[in-house]
Design a protein around this ligand. Structure first.
Ligand code: 13P
Length: 345
């Protein structure tokens, strides 16, 4: 049973993660995903390389001015730096909250070719208890929703929403803030309206299930996609249209009690992810919106530092400089205060 005191703590944690000017670094790439990222720079994905690269980001001086929390992967939350400190301690000493991805990935959805359901509920209560011991403050679960000729199906939205709500209820029971993430992919040549309808349907079904399963909506964070044209669409909507449709979609589906919405970058180019986040915040400031609108970027924060590192730890200072700049400009965009000239600083 969740007590009033723990609800207050969860709500405080959720608010702190989306405090003005701050957002979240997603560094929770699974072993398969980080291997793909390392392949792109020609670096072998060993446990030591993964640790060294991530530790470099976490030790960036001044990062906590812009980064409130970092989502870790199971391997990372257990790792230690060469000086013996756990990476969790590195983060907390620097003023950033550790979070943990707890889903076990998206698997083919039986009876619906092309769609997936995210697994990982079996044994989750016990895993969450261990993550609390290891120092986690919040959790993440990602559902993946594809747009295609007959997708997403109501079946896919239903099973993924059900799992997201079960994950969220278990996280709150364990004293962790759940970050619920139904991600509508940008893969495809669809127009922005299709993304709007898929996102609205996914969010509406998820909030229905969250209510059914007694999840406290003021003690969650929503992580979601921006409403975008497909990556390979002939004509792609510009930032002002992305902002208008994203805010309209969220207003239609997300209760005002949710403290914050953090966007994923989803494979947008760094500058596109920044420009769109800035436009969304400017639009929301003009039109009014009840939530903090921040970021939880993986690629959007790490693309440039990863290329700068290129597997060579001697590049550390430059990696940290580049990461600090991406965090600074993204945090400015999260307040609607981004200007392209900031990219030079
Ligand atoms: P991207 O920002 O690279 O999409 O990653 C964020 C994330 O955590 C997806 O689950």
């Amino acid at each position: 049973m969740t007590t009033t005191a723990s609800i207050e703590t969860l709500s405080d944690t959720a608010k702190a993660l989306v405090a003005p000017g701050k957002g979240i670094l997603a560094a929770d790439e699974s072993t398969g995903t980080i291997k793909r990222r390392f392949d792109s720079i020609g670096v072998e994905s060993t446990e030591t390389n993964r640790r060294d690269y991530r530790e470099m980001l976490f030790r960036t001086s001044g990062a906590s001015e812009f980064i409130s929390g970092v989502i870790l992967y199971d391997e990372t939350i257990r790792q230690h730096s060469d000086d013996g400190a756990s990476l969790v301690k590195v983060l907390t000493d620097a003023g950033m909250m550790p979070g943990i991805k707890v889903d076990m990935g998206a698997k083919d959805l039986a009876g619906s070719p092309g769609e997936t359901v995210t697994e990982g509920l079996d044994g989750l209560r016990e895993r969450l208890a261990e993550y609390v011991e290891l120092g986690a403050r919040f959790t993440k679960w990602r559902a993946v929703i594809a747009i295609g000729p007959h997708m997403p199906t109501p079946y896919c939205l239903d099973v993924n929403a059900h799992a997201l709500a079960r994950f969220a209820a278990l996280s709150q029971e364990a004293g962790l803030v759940p970050m619920v993430e139904p991600e509508v992919l940008m893969d495809g040549d669809h127009d922005i309206d299709r993304c709007y309808y898929a996102s609205e349907a996914a969010l509406t079904e998820m909030f229905r299930q969250l209510r059914v399963q007694n999840v406290a909506l003021d003690c969650i964070l929503l992580k979601t996609n921006m409403v975008l044209s497909g990556a390979s669409a002939d004509v792609r909507a510009d930032a002002s249209e992305v902002a208008r449709q994203t805010v309209a979609c969220l207003k239609s589906a997300v209760p005002a009690t949710v403290p914050g919405i953090v966007f994923l970058s989803g494979g947008q180019a760094d500058d596109e992810a920044t420009t769109n986040l800035d436009a969304i915040n400017r639009y929301a400031q003009r039109e009014g919106a009840p939530w903090e609108l921040s970021f939880s970027y993986g690629r959007g924060l790490q693309g440039a530092p990863l290329r700068t590192w290129a597997g060579n730890n001697a590049n550390r200072e430059e990696v940290q400089r580049v990461f600090h700049r991406r965090a600074r400009v993204t945090a400015a965009a999260r307040q609607g205060r981004y200007t392209p000239s900031m990219e030079a600083g």
